[in-house]
Design a protein around this ligand. Structure first.
Ligand code: C2E
Ligand code: CA
Ligand code: CA
Length: 739
């Protein structure tokens, strides 16, 4: 019979099969061989089967004759089966290793051991040329035992040279059927003194498809003994999400086929991102295989994948090669302590900001559009380690496409924000609870949440979440916002956010109950009218309404030399009309035109005792330079004799003072604050009506550390006379003697 006839015959049979039209219907295929004179039946069957298998690899035919090409492969496979013992004895089996990298840092955190056969006869063989065959012939456990032995031996050699990099080994499902693999592995480790935390076990997802009691037993032995278990090839096609259910694995290795399309295909990106997110939510670690390009690496960074492996970082190498590689990169291996630290950071899910276990508390879920990042603080410097896509987009608004650039931008160009982050971080760490900070960036109010994640060796890592005022409305109340705006609040009696775009308004803060909102739920104009009617002196009402004309306020702010408008009106306070200052500050966000409306006494709050001496008005200059980002400054007031009249709570905290009494009525000299003799001269100038901006000096903080500071001072005027000054101090870092 001719080959063509066989094919026609099978085609005809297949046409008659009941399920012929269905995509996954039954199909009959045949492999066959010519019988050689001395061939045994078994030989013939094996050849026919090879021919059949070849169809699977090479095409859509229904039949395949065993021929030369297949024979070469067949011979090689037979060779493999027949010469395994010999190869082991001759040292042809090799344990290659491929490095695995921590995505967050780019440091090598472990290697995967991969078998190679350096055959005298066939040259270099890769696992797919011998592993499947050895599995079929139930010999795989011999190979694996040898690879494990070699791996342990190589680890111990490396360890003697001071390189302690954990390694993973691949075990086949059949290893567990054919021998006591647990015993084999632990014996090899014992022989070479390899601690259990240096070895992890990879088992492919497909191995788990058929449940086997031997396999389950074996896995649980490894698990109980403290080995880390890796689920290999996740998402390779056999995928069933059930393997993750009740799973005893520690790490899920995403198959490289998942990554292949990530660069072109939005759907692939969604799948990988969601797979990583899901795995993390199950409190497992993620490792992505087959990373070949920088873009793929960046993508994994953005979706918070913890570890990565692939040609981009290095191919599998011979022992000598990988040793040289590890030697060269010695500064880039993780220590055990680093491993603990980064494993903990890896638990943060950047997709939705959830932490699987931080102090046992499940964090709230936020939408995927929320920008998240991990920031690492060491002393007075910080850097963003990783971020989600939304955060990258946020950084891009400020011209930064890389986190590194964004870290630099904030450190260099926005010392106020930098200091605020450092300050709040120090509070967060001691309190171990989430803290909120507010920033005004280009007229927008941002609220940033900071949650302590982990610390190690003088550095601390925090989860940073960027929220904005509008987004806060989702939280029903403004409690968190209030906390961090507390200084503004000590000044203002009432703050409202007026949204012109959707004609709503919201009271953010109220200090004096009588100014309670009058028309909750009404439009901003309704509330303004009602407030005007009730509290503003009749002579001032017309002017007040012009001031609060929301149709013109935008133009007025643009035309003014300041970033806001302010005016004074007589308003009912207690039982009489008193001068009150009203300010309107733009706070546009998310395409909405919004304004913050603020109301306060003309006198500085907290100065009641000294009212007579500071009867003056807070000058516009002070408001201008200070009010918008006043919360991150240390602020103090002095009278015309340079005696302290007051300070904000941050200032007091900075010096470890429990109340303002400690400085009230005292001069710098009285307090022994004499590090900066030039400050006294500056202050004399301010009393003559000048401003001093950014004068630098040093001071001793509450913790005894000598710090560099920068202080701006403004005169306080009353009826044409300077009656005191206000100082705004910024901490610029540790004081260095010779800088
Ligand atoms: P695996 O465990 O999924 O190993 C990863 C495979 O991907 C390795 O192929 C590796 O060389 C390759 N690879 C790594 N990075 C890249 C990349 O960036 N791009 C591409 N295209 N490939 C990359 P290898 O070494 O040929 O191993 C194939 C499979 O053979 C392994 O897949 C593993 O399942 C099995 N295997 C390897 N060594 C052993 C062993 O000692 N025992 C057992 N039982 N199986 C082994
Ligand atoms: Ca593997
Ligand atoms: Ca794999």
């Amino acid at each position: 019979m001719l080959t063509r006839d066989v094919e026609h015959m099978l085609e005809a049979i297949n046409r008659e099969l009941p399920s012929a039209d269905e995509a996954d219907g039954l199909v009959l295929k045949g492999g066959y061989c010519k019988l050689k004179s001395r061939a045994t039946f078994e030989d013939a069957m094996v050849r026919a089967r090879y021919a059949l298998e070849d169809i699977r690899y090479t095409g859509h035919a229904f039949s395949r004759l065993f021929d030369q090409g297949i024979e070469t492969v067949y011979n090689r496979r037979t060779y493999v089966v027949e010469h395994l013992d010999e190869a082991i004895a001759r040292g042809e089996i090799r344990a290659y290793a491929q490095s695995i990298v921590r995505v967050l840092t780019g440091m090598i955190c472990e290697v995967e051991v991969l078998a190679r056969w350096e055959s005298e006869e066939y040259g270099f063989l890769r696992p797919d040329e011998f592993v499947p065959e050895l599995e079929r012939r139930q010999l795989i456990h011999k190979l694996d035992a040898e690879v494990v032995r070699l791996a342990c031996k190589q680890w111990s050699e490396a360890s003697k040279r001071g390189i302690n990099v954990p390694f993973g080994i691949n075990l086949s499902r059949l290893d567990f059927e054919l021998c006591d693999m647990f015993e084999v592995v632990t014996n090899a480790m014992l022989k070479y003194n390899v601690p259990v935390d240096q070895v992890h076990i990879e088992i492919t997802e497909s191995a788990l498809a058929h449940s086997s009691s031997k396999l389950n037993e074996g896995i649980s032995k490894f698990r109980k003994a403290g080995f880390k278990l890796y689920l290999d090839d996740f998402g390779s096609g056999y995928s069933s999400l059930q393997v993750l259910e009740g799973t005893s694995f520690d790490v899920v290795k995403l198959d490289m086929s998942l990554l292949r399309e990530v660069e072109e295909n939005e759907r692939a990106r969604v799948i990988v991102a969601d797979a990583i997110s899901m795995v993390k939510r199950l409190n497992l670690q993620t490792l992505c295989e087959g990373v070949e390009t920088y873009d793929q690496y960046l993508f994994l960074q953005a979706v918070g994948c913890e570890k990565a492996q692939g040609y981009y970082f290095g191919k599998p190498m011979r022992h000598e090669e990988i040793m040289a590689h590890l030697d060269q990169t010695a500064s880039r291996h993780e220590t055990a302590e680093m491993q603990r630290y980064y494993d903990s950071l890896g638990k943060v899910n950047l997709i939705d900001g959830t932490r699987t276990s931080i102090y046992g508390v499940e964090a709230a879920h936020f939408q995927g559009t929320q920008p998240f990042a991990i920031i690492e603080i060491r002393g007075q410097s910080f850097k963003f380690l990783s971020a989600n896509t939304a955060f990258y987009r946020f950084a891009q608004k400020y011209g930064c496409s890389r986190l590194e650039d964004f870290s630099h931008l904030i450190s260099r160009s926005a010392p106020a924000i930098r200091n605020k982050i450092l300050y709040v971080a120090s509070k967060t760490q001691s309190k171990r609870t989430a803290q909120q900070i507010d920033f005004v960036i280009e007229g927008s109010f941002y609220t940033v949440g900071l949650t302590f994640v982990e610390d190690s060796d003088g550095k601390e890592a925090y989860l940073v979440e960027i929220l904005s005022v509008t987004k806060y409305s989702q939280f029903n109340n403004f409690r968190l916002l209030e906390q961090s705006m507390s200084f503004l609040y000590t000044i203002f009696k009432r703050i409202d956010l007026l949204d012109v775009t959707d004609q709503t308004w919201r009271n953010i803060y109220l200090n004096v109950p009588r100014y309670n909102a009058l028309r909750a739920g009404a439009t901003p104009q309704d509330e303004i009218d009602a407030f005007c009617d009730t509290f503003i002196h009749p002579d001032d009402q017309a002017r007040f309404l012009r001031f609060y004309d929301l149709d013109t306020v935008g133009d007025r702010i643009r035309q003014s030399s300041t970033t806001h408008v302010a005016d004074v009106f007589f308003a009912l306070s207690e039982n009489r009309y008193e001068e009150q200052l009203f300010m309107i500050i733009p706070a546009h966000m998310d395409g909405h035109t919004q304004y913050l409306s603020c109301m306060r006494d003309l006198d500085l709050e907290g100065l009641e005792r000294q009212r007579e001496s500071v009867a003056g008005h807070l000058s516009d200059d002070v408001l201008l330079s200070g009010i918008l980002d006043i919360t991150e400054r240390y602020v103090f007031w002095k009278d015309s004799k340079l005696r302290f009249l007051g300070a904000n709570s941050r200032f007091l905290e900075y010096y470890g003072l429990s109340s303002v009494e400690a400085i009230l009525g005292k001069t710098d000299e009285d307090l022994g604050w004499t590090h900066n003799p030039h400050f006294a001269k500056d202050e004399q100038r301010v009393l003559r009506g000048e401003k001093v901006l950014g004068a630098t000096g040093r001071t001793v903080r509450a913790d005894g550390q000598m710090r560099s500071i920068s202080i701006s001072k403004m005169p306080l005027w009353s009826e044409g006379e300077v009656i005191g000054l206000v100082g705004f101090m910024v901490d610029t870092g540790p004081y260095a003697e010779h800088v």
